[in-house]
Design a protein around this ligand. Structure first.
Ligand SMILES: [Zn+2]
Length: 566
């Protein structure tokens, strides 16, 4: 009986023993942990990227400095062929030097706001009456034509503040990680999101032209984060020859809402917005700013509020191309095969792009620094990639995948061709390039610089037991979860969509979603040394094991519409 039980136990254990067969080089793990824990440079790298180089909007002087500095640093650490790989044309560069905004009438008040990228400056301080209007389609433009000269437009409705019950700092707990392992059968992605994005994209040119033709002074949108945070991206246009429109700001919600209430009380703006205001009296009285406001209430409507804005921004037209930083640790007997790690180096301009994504850049740089410092001789070539243009739609990583591994033909529909790649629905078949078969794995680090808790396999079941084995040396650091679920939003997607094994780690979100993502608070202060060191060490070990493995990593089936290799 006892023997039978033992046999039964063995039989039950057999899937586990199969998993354990994936070798882990514990001696290499020792050396990686030692170098990563005791000789780390990861925070020095992150500090340089954020505090010295600063914001790294693609096409801006900050991005150029970041490209050059990372290339030189990787070369100094002993990587080979450190280089800048051009892609594009990306379009015009943009940077800003100054923003000041304040309420002038009915009373002075400083306003917290930042300019949207690729919108023009004001050429000195300018004033305008506030008006609350919605401009989302051609009908809206028709309705307001001839009525907006000299105004500063509040383009969003006032919004309620968010849910304040969520903790500011979030880490995965065991329950959350377990839930993450339950596979969710994918739904048809895109859908309504893509339709909205396509509509917005197509409307930007007529809108910009309208704002200029009507003599609008500036536009203001509301920040999507609370508590004085300004979450800002792009506006205007980076297309050479296309109108960038008028100065465009994003404002802290607490200030924005107040401006909307002032404008509505004075009757400036849309009917829908003016409903709660002072009715007809407001309409009559809304001509021309005066400062002797009587405030909301019984008597005549108060004068329209006036703001003053001063934005110094500039376009950079010297080089329409953008660049990815690349470098390699050459391989040995399998040198023709590749293992890659990447992160996007570009950022938005409100803060210094610390959690998004100096953190990821510093982590992948540190991982290859560790391997170079240990003078490991990888069998496969290890390539590190620091992408640009991620924030505009994963552009740099898409360009790299298309140039080296697999490309999709452009759509035959000229209307589709006009859209950015990520918004196109109708694209040609995938054509594989010879190097497609040589990429064993791409590991991406984005999502805020929190410690690695595991990895998403993107539905690749065959790779799960391998990753489980590779995570074993890091259970004591909280990294043990492998999920077959997909994650999106960052630079592993171009690889995944081209049928390449591209992965993003599960990371603790920390304050990424509550405070820092694309906001003016995304600075060095929000990076955690322990998290960054942990992530660098785990990544270095993954790269090492992927580079040394006898076989390349197993793949999932190719996307259906592939064409044979060129
Ligand atoms: Zn981002």
């Amino acid at each position: 009986m006892r023997q039978v039980r033992a046999l039964l136990a063995l039989a039950l254990l057999s899937p586990l023993t199969a998993r354990a067969a994936e070798p882990v080089d514990w001696e290499a793990v020792n050396r990686i942990r030692d170098e990563g824990f005791h000789h780390s440079r990861v925070m020095a790298t992150a500090r340089e990227l954020t505090e010295v180089i600063g914001a790294r909007l693609t096409g801006s002087p900050g991005m150029v400095r970041a490209n050059e500095w990372t290339r030189d640093r990787l070369a100094e650490w002993g990587l080979e062929d450190a280089r800048l790989e051009p892609w594009g044309p990306f379009g015009r560069g943009w940077s800003f030097d100054r923003i000041a905004a304040h309420l002038v009438a009915p009373f002075p008040m400083p306003l917290v706001a930042l300019p949207q990228a690729w919108t023009p400056g004001t050429d000195g301080p300018v004033r305008g009456e506030l008006a609350r209007v919605t401009l989302e389609d051609e009908e809206d433009l028709e309705e307001h034509r001839g009525k907006l000269a000299g105004k500063v437009l509040l383009l969003d409705e006032a919004r309620a503040l968010g849910d304040w019950k969520a903790p500011m700092l979030h880490r995965h707990d065991p329950d959350g990680l377990e839930e993450l392992q339950e596979f969710a059968i994918p739904t048809d992605e895109g859908g309504p999101w893509r339709e909205r994005a396509r509509k917005r994209w197509r409307f930007r040119e007529p809108l910009n032209e309208f704002l200029v033709a009507e003599g609008v002074v500036a536009t203001i949108r509301v920040s999507s984060r609370d508590a004085g945070l300004v979450r800002v991206g792009g506006g205007g246009s980076r297309e050479p020859g296309e109108s960038p429109g008028v100065p465009g700001l994003v404002m802290a919600v607490e200030h924005y809402n107040r401006l909307v209430r002032l404008a509505e009380a004075a009757g400036g703006g849309d009917e829908d917005a003016a409903e709660g205001a002072e009715g007809e009296a407001a309409e009559e009285d809304s001509k021309g700013p005066t400062s002797d406001s009587t405030g909301a209430g019984g008597g005549p409507a108060p004068a329209a509020p006036v703001v003053e804005i001063d934005v110094v921004s500039r376009f950079h037209d010297d080089d329409p191309m953008a660049y990815n930083t690349l470098a390699e640790i050459p391989g040995g007997d399998l040198a023709g095969e590749l293992v890659m790690a990447g992160a996007h180096l570009d950022s938005w301009h409100g803060g210094t792009g610390a959690t998004d994504n100096a953190a990821g850049s510093a982590i992948v740089m540190e991982a290859v620094r560790i391997l170079a410092a240990l003078e490991i001789e990888p069998r496969r070539t290890i390539r590190v990639a620091l992408w640009s243009g991620e924030e505009q739609g994963l552009l740099g990583s898409y360009a790299h995948v298309e140039e080296h591994f697999a490309a999709r033909a452009a759509s035959g529909d000229p209307e589709e061709q006009d859209l950015p790649t990520r918004l196109q629905e109708d694209r040609g078949p995938l054509t594989l390039k010879p190097a497609h078969q040589d990429l064993s794995a791409y590991f991406n680090v984005d999502n805020g610089g929190g410690r690695i808790r595991g990895i998403y396999t993107q539905e690749n079941a065959a790779v799960a037991p391998i990753f489980e084995a590779w995570l074993e040396p890091f259970h004591d650091l909280g990294a043990k979860t492998v999920t077959l679920n997909n994650t999106g939003g960052t630079d592993h997607l171009p690889f995944d969509r081209a049928g390449l094994p591209g992965f993003q780690f599960i990371q603790d979100m920390r304050d990424y979603e509550t405070l820092t993502h694309h906001t003016n608070a995304d600075t060095f202060d929000h990076l955690s040394r322990e998290d960054m060191i942990q992530a660098s060490v785990v990544l270095a070990s993954f790269l090492y094991h992927a580079a040394m493995r006898d076989e390349p990593l197993p793949r999932k089936p190719l996307p259906r519409d592939e064409a044979p290799a060129e």
